[in-house]
Design a protein around this ligand. Sequence first.
Ligand code: HEM
Length: 559
Amino acid sequence: MEFITFAIFFSLFAAFFLFFFTSATAGRRINLPLPPGTLGWPYIGETFELYSQNPNVFFTSKVKKYGSIFKTHILGCRCVMISSPAAAKLVLVTQSHLFKPTFPASKERMIGKQAIFFHQDDYHFKLRRLVLRAFTPESIKTIVPDIESVAIDAIQSWENRLINTFEEMKTFTFNVALLSILGKDEVLNREDLKRCYYVLEKGYNSMPINLPGTLFHKSMKARKELAHMIAKILSGRRKMEKEQHNDLLASFMEEKEELSDEQIADNIIGVIFAARDTTASVLTWILKYLAENPAVLQSVTEEQEAIKSGEDSDKVLSWGDTKKMPITSRVIQETLRVASILSFTFREAVQDVEFEGYLIPKGWKVLPLFRNIHHSSDNFPDPEKFDPSRFKVAPKANTFMPFGSGIHSCPGNELAKLEILVLLHHLTTKYRWSVVGPQTGIQYAPFALPQNGLPIKLYLKSLGNDADVVGLLNYIPKYISINIFIEHHQIEVGTYFMSPFDSNVMIEDLSEVSHSQPRRNTNEITNACKRNLSKKWHDVALEHDVQVEFDNEGATDDD
Ligand code: HEM
């Protein structure tokens, strides 16, 4: 009893202290120092240092030098970066009223000023309720079979092709987003909506110069067309009065909510923007990590095969099935942590705020650094290691925020996890894939992505099962890679840069040959492949009695 009294007293005291610590001193000019750190060059600040390298390097060196709160100047804004879980909670949750979301003006104009992200008041609260309603487990469980058929179509279109994983995943996540927003009716409009959205997105990061010929101008035109299409869909829906819809559009259209067509269009474009590249980028990382961790892939495959077993092969996945995937779910969590595709988010101080003994002036940006929190060894031992089993134990409070936290946290997180699980079910049970080309780099566009969007080649498992050794040759712009499989295990990867003018001339050998599972004859075959780059691959195959596939799809004119 005494303990409870003490706990209540302590909580009240802590709440009062927090309130006093931040709110009571907020609003008046405070005579405190700015956080430590440097503002870099005039105008450009430290933007170049941040974006020209792995952001981990920038953030880690700053934290090491200045501690968990420091100032900097990026993208034309004075910023305070914070990297402790407690501080992130304060900014995003407990004192969120002092820190409003903020985006570049060009993004606001393209998505639409009335979209959910840009608001902080009653209007935000209302939109959030409507969005959450459409993405609760109760709502999305009804579309599992439709998501499954989108996933099957997508994967089938990749069979035996060299694909850019990120680009293909974007198509998949776009189609799922449309399904959840507009229901099955979207199929009729899908291609037109896609065409316009793809033009629009090209301008997201452009200079906001609205003159004929500029990227921004083309994007704004596409946006207008998109809003027009959405208005037509809305008027079509209104004529179907009695029909029952369970999608986001239906949620927005409820009469008592009184949203205008313009508000609905801004929010539909906004949700597509929030849903597509994020989920596609996470899927791309998952395929990379699974390819690099055969033991994890094996466990995921076994889990997924168990869901299929005993059922007829035409069985459709149910919501219940997706709840029997703990191993695959941990792979998703660990990927969200390691890849931390949203390294940080932006807020702006709405008034002067005292924060951990420093002044954050009104108008300065405040960036909670998700990536640092996810990569701190205080929160996750051996943080650079990809180890899904760490999620068998729940992470400490406020240390795992891939979907943000507080009033702006991601309302689409259940849908994102669902579509990833469904896609992985079909990928791991029926296919194997090999990554093509060197894969050490990361690109930021603006989400963290494996280099070149992760080129892979995907094969049906049923093909080549009976072959002892299968040598696969992928021919993509400027380099050739050879992957050799023995019983589904990729054991050898070699990448050779080719002359852009003559694909038969090897100009640089970049192979990093790994012999994780040396088996009979493989060295010999690989060496023969290397020696015989100028020979016809079919001859090599014949000579060594292996199956060699030649793929010319990735080649471009300048090869
Ligand atoms: C794995 C994929 C995804 C990740 C990692 C992700 C991450 C996030 C994060 C971190 C935020 C909060 C940003 C902030 O506080 O500033 C957010 C917000 C948001 N997300 Fe997601 N998201 C994903 C998928 C989706 C999907 C599939 C949808 C919709 C179907 C969606 C819709 C939204 C919306 C509408 C917001 C704004 C919420 C608000 O301002 O109240 N997201 N997301």
